[in-house]
Ligand binder design. Structure first.
Ligand code: NAD
Length: 395
């Protein structure tokens, strides 16, 4: 089949199997070209198929030589429908890991469920015995509570009052104002239930109870802070409340892991283009301006550069460089005053006429399509490709 991008807004309903493999190979190459890290050896990544989770898995496997179990919720191809990008990415990851002699197995299913937690525990017991790192990198619009069956939906809304801000349509480059109405209390509660720390905590409880955690295990989850212009919709909005909860959960998990010397950390990562972040209004304009400034100053990073740096310069450097709230700050370059002063100046100037010049909206759009395997010069998109790609350990 010849696969072309079919998109609307921040959703792309097709993905290119060869392009996705190319994307994963590029990330692997990046890590292989850096120095090896004496770090984790047996790693569970929850949310391992795209974005930060995929890059964490690649950094662990190809940076530290770790065996990895990756868990995700993706769709295989069916009839004329391509698989989701995360499916193709994971198939590629396993293929490349095998080429390099690294253990890699995957589980496709709902990480919020008790069944998938049990299935994962059984796989760890059977193949690895125990894990020394657990990365929790889920981004989901909904969660079914495993015990009560309640379905929670997360929303991206301000709290208290409506928020009006500039944003950009990254497909057209049109800059316009949007107004987002504030969330009610139930929407805040549901967003915390989806993106807060409860499920991370349930995972760590289940893994500990099953005795599949090594002494001194490290577990990580990811968060974001960002600049003032995004606070109403992000850090002080519904998702920010969920992140507050996630960050507080790290302390509770560390407490519960005390007897085995385990530690839970939250890493504040940089704003990048992923399927999850593309869905957040206003962030697209900020990220387009940020990319321009960071690229100009030669400090631009994508997911893989961030995750390799987190492993190499923080987790296994002997100095986590935690902030006053005990968080790992991978957003240090993004939040540098030099960068933020410039971004904020451009933010005030941005309009539909100058956006192509003063921002990297073009780079944003390119990154978006690359998430689905499109837009790589090295790939012949007119070629017929087999969309039925198997993931070795699943099929
Ligand atoms: P993403 O959309 O690229 O990845 C989400 C992952 O979660 C995928 O592997 C997906 O399969 C998996 N997933 C979703 N629902 C699932 C379910 N029910 N069961 C199993 N797997 C499921 O997202 P991302 O942007 O990489 O986000 C990962 C984390 O990083 C989030 O906590 C996010 O807030 C955080 N973060 C993102 C950014 C950013 O700019 N993208 C910045 C800082 C922090």
């Amino acid at each position: 089949m010849i696969v072309t991008p079919k998109f609307r807004g921040f959703i792309c309903t097709t993905s290119h199997p060869v392009g996705c493999e190319y994307n994963v190979r590029q990330q692997v190459e990046y890590v292989k070209n850096q120095k090896k890290i004496n770090g984790a050896k047996k790693v569970l990544v929850i949310g391992a198929s795209t974005g930060y989770g995929l890059s964490s898995r690649i950094a662990a496997a190809f940076g530290c030589g770790a065996a990895t179990i990756g868990l995700f919720f993706e769709k295989p191809a069916s009839g004329n429908r391509t698989a989701s990008a995360g499916w193709y990415n994971s198939a590629a990851f396993e293929k490349i890991a095998k080429e390099e002699g690294l253990y890699a197995k995957s589980i496709n299913g709902d990480a919020f469920s008790n069944e998938i937690k049990q299935q994962t525990i059984e796989l760890i017991k059977k193949d690895l015995g125990k894990v020394d790192m657990v990365i929790y990198s889920l981004a989901s619009p909904r969660r079914t509570h495993p015990d009560t069956g309640e379905v929670f939906n997360s929303v991206l809304k301000p709290i208290g009052s409506a928020f009006t801000s500039k944003t950009v349509d990254f497909h057209t480059g049109k800059v316009e104002n949007i107004t987002i109405e504030p969330a009610n209390d139930d929407e805040i509660r549901q967003t915390i239930a989806v993106m807060g720390g409860e499920d991370w905590s349930m995972w760590m409880d289940a893994l500990k109870k099953a005795d599949v955690l090594e002494n001194n295990v490290i577990t990580l989850a990811y968060s974001y802070v960002g600049p003032e212009v995004t606070h109403a919709v992000y850090r002080e909005g519904t998702i920010g409340k969920a992140k507050d909860d996630l960050e507080a959960t790290a302390y509770q998990i560390t407490d519960k892991l005390k007897d085995i010397g385990g530690k839970a950390y939250v890493s504040i990562n940089k704003a990048v283009v992923t399927q999850a972040s593309a869905a957040i209004p206003v962030i697209s304009l900020y990220v387009s301006l940020l990319f321009k400034v960071m690229k100009n100053k030669n400090v631009h990073e994508g997911c893989i550069e961030q995750m390799y740096r987190m492993f190499e310069d923080r987790l296994y450097s002997g100095d986590l460089k935690l902030d006053s709230k005990g968080r790992i700050c991978m957003d240090d370059w993004e939040m540098d005053d030099d960068i933020q002063v410039e971004v904020s100046k451009l933010w005030n100037e941005a309009n539909s006429d100058n956006i192509a010049d003063i921002s990297d909206v073009e780079g944003y759009r390119a990154e978006f399509f690359k998430l689905f395997g499109f837009g790589f010069d090295a790939i012949d998109y007119s070629a017929d490709v087999d969309i039925n790609v198997m993931i070795d350990s699943i099929n």
